[in-house]
Design a protein around this ligand. Structure first.
Ligand SMILES: Nc1ncnc2c1ncn2[C@@H]1O[C@H](COP(=O)(O)OP(=O)(O)OP(=O)(O)O)[C@@H](O)[C@H]1O
Ligand SMILES: Nc1ccn([C@H]2C[C@H](O)[C@@H](COP(=O)(O)O)O2)c(=O)n1
Length: 239
């Protein structure tokens, strides 16, 4: 008889617009797992810095304030939530102002240390398993994750997806979107502390030619396999 599936920790990383959030939420909802959007946490701390007059071009000033904001992340994949100092931040963290500043703020080591600690404690509390998505989950935050997935897609596909979200964009808008994505990837991949990088043991999924449904199906299959293998190992160890 096969073992009951084990609770798993799943790390999903990749550049902007590859489908991390959409895929992670759908996979978590389908499999009854919790869900954590770590980009939202970096956006939340960036929003706090901007609201509190911190010069986001000055890493020392950011570092000095990194411990101050109280960030609380919900982990329901059907209703992701985030608050900063008790205020709902889900809307404000998606503004252009925050998007333009988030790479600089998230490059500061004191910010990363603070947010990484928060992410690890949330993952440890998710007894039934969790999907955590970001840029450095498989490499730094949860290096012992049961499954690591690294999503990719061509810059053209990613920009087209983003432009679909911002309806009514013309060709100039599409080019500007692609340039902004590429610049953010470059900043996130080249920072010294915990850059965006595929973990050596991550499964890479190129989503360029896949629908969201196909990506979700692919990742669900990978999670189910990882869960069954873990259950088998646990059963063997208990004998
Ligand atoms: N395989 C796909 N095919 C077409 N559209 C997709 C696919 N995956 C995601 N999308 C769409 O692309 C957009 C970006 O997806 P999503 O926000 O999940 O990406 P992301 O990797 O989390 O981006 P970011 O890191 O910038 O938050 C969304 O509108 C989503 O519906
Ligand atoms: N694990 C993570 C997640 C996110 N970031 C930074 C870098 C991104 O540009 C930014 C916003 O993320 P998004 O909402 O676009 O997923 O947050 C990071 O450094 N590490």
């Amino acid at each position: 008889m096969s073992a009951t599936p084990a609770a798993v920790i799943v790390a999903i990383d990749g550049p902007s617009g590859t489908g991390k959030s959409s895929t992670s939420k759908a996979v978590a909802a389908q499999l009854g797992l919790r869900y954590l959007d770590t980009g939202a946490q970096y956006r939340a701390i960036t929003w706090w810095m901007l609201n509190n007059g911190v010069d986001v071009s000055d890493p020392e000033r950011i570092a000095a304030q990194a411990d101050r904001p109280v960030i609380v992340s919900g982990t329901d994949p059907q209703a992701p939530a985030i608050s900063v100092d008790g205020a709902d931040a889900a809307g404000p963290i998606r503004t252009q102002e925050v998007t333009s500043a988030v790479s600089a703020v998230s490059a500061v080591p004191q910010v990363r240390a603070r947010i990484t600690e928060l992410q690890r404690s949330i993952a440890a509390e998710a007894r039934g398993g969790i999907v955590v998505e970001g840029r450095d989950i498989g490499t730094t935050v949860l290096p012992d994750a049961d499954l690591k997935v690294f999503l990719t897609a061509s810059p053209e596909a990613r920009a087209a997806r983003r432009s679909g979200e911002l309806k009514g964009k013309d060709a100039t808008g599409l080019a500007a979107t692609q340039q902004a994505l590429t610049e953010r990837d470059k900043a996130d991949s080249s920072r010294k502390t915990s850059p965006l990088k595929k973990a050596d043991d991550a499964v890479e999924v190129d989503t360029t030619e896949l629908t969201l449904e196909q990506v979700v199906e692919c990742v669900v299959t990978l999670v189910e396999k990882a869960s069954a293998e873990k259950a088998g190992r646990m059963e063997k160890a208990a004998r």
